[in-house]
Design a protein around this ligand. Structure first.
Ligand code: CDP
Length: 195
């Protein structure tokens, strides 16, 4: 039986850590959908063709977590044909036996509107930039903050699948939470809903 947990939110809000922990705790498969967009952005050439022809090697590139990849991802993510090319793979993953956690921007709104559980993980731009700066050790804090804000604006402002909480999403603001507390709250929501 499929069981889908959709985790959306802006850059560096803690989605990745929470998703991995939730997947481990409840024995679910995990897909970081941002990696798909990062791989398309870094492949070069026509982004629509890149999205249609993504390979496992593209998804294993060591530079996918870089600032450049995040920037490239949010630029190709505004293209409707790129998004359309990635839908089927994500939906198949979401329906796998044993259940799945998918994290991204449009999982609860577009990819899995019927997900059993939807979480929208957020935090202030400053807190997110601090976390991302500590994590990637690239650029200056001011540059990271600027990139976080630019990506927020692009992700929320695009016409196709903009970043926003689904109406039935539980909002988890992690600005003042340790990662352990954020994970514990997410797990509590899932345990309650799962019954
Ligand atoms: O890790 P971080 O939250 O910084 O970013 P990510 O989840 O790897 O996503 C990188 C970019 O891909 C985002 O800024 C979005 O523009 C895009 N993306 C998207 O449009 N839809 C998704 N489901 C996942 C990512």
């Amino acid at each position: 039986m499929s069981f889908c947990v959709a985790i959306d939110g802006p850059a560096a809000a803690g989605k990745g850590t929470i998703s991995r922990a939730v997947a481990a705790q409840f024995g679910l498969a995990h897909l970081d959908t941002g990696l798909l967009y990062r791989a398309v952005g870094m492949k070069g050439g026509d982004p629509v063709m890149a999205a249609r022809n993504l390979t496992p090697e593209d998804l294993a590139r060591p530079d996918l977590r870089s600032m450049a990849a995040g920037e490239a991802a949010s630029r190709v993510a505004v293209i409707p044909e790129v998004r359309a090319a990635l839908v089927a793979f994500q939906r198949e993953f979401a329906q796998r036996d044993g259940g799945a956690v998918l994290d991204g921007r449009d999982i609860g709104t577009v990819i899995c509107p019927d997900a059993e559980i939807k979480l929208f993980v957020t935090a202030s731009a400053e807190v997110r930039a601090e976390r991302r700066f500590a994590e990637i050790g690239e650029g200056t804090f001011a540059e990271v903050l600027e990139q976080v804000r630019a990506r927020d604006a692009r992700d929320m402002g695009r016409a196709d699948a903009p970043l926003r909480p689904a109406e039935d999403a539980v909002i988890l603001d992690t600005s003042d939470l340790s990662i352990e507390d954020a994970v514990a709250r997410a797990c509590a929501v899932i345990a309650t809903r799962r019954g």
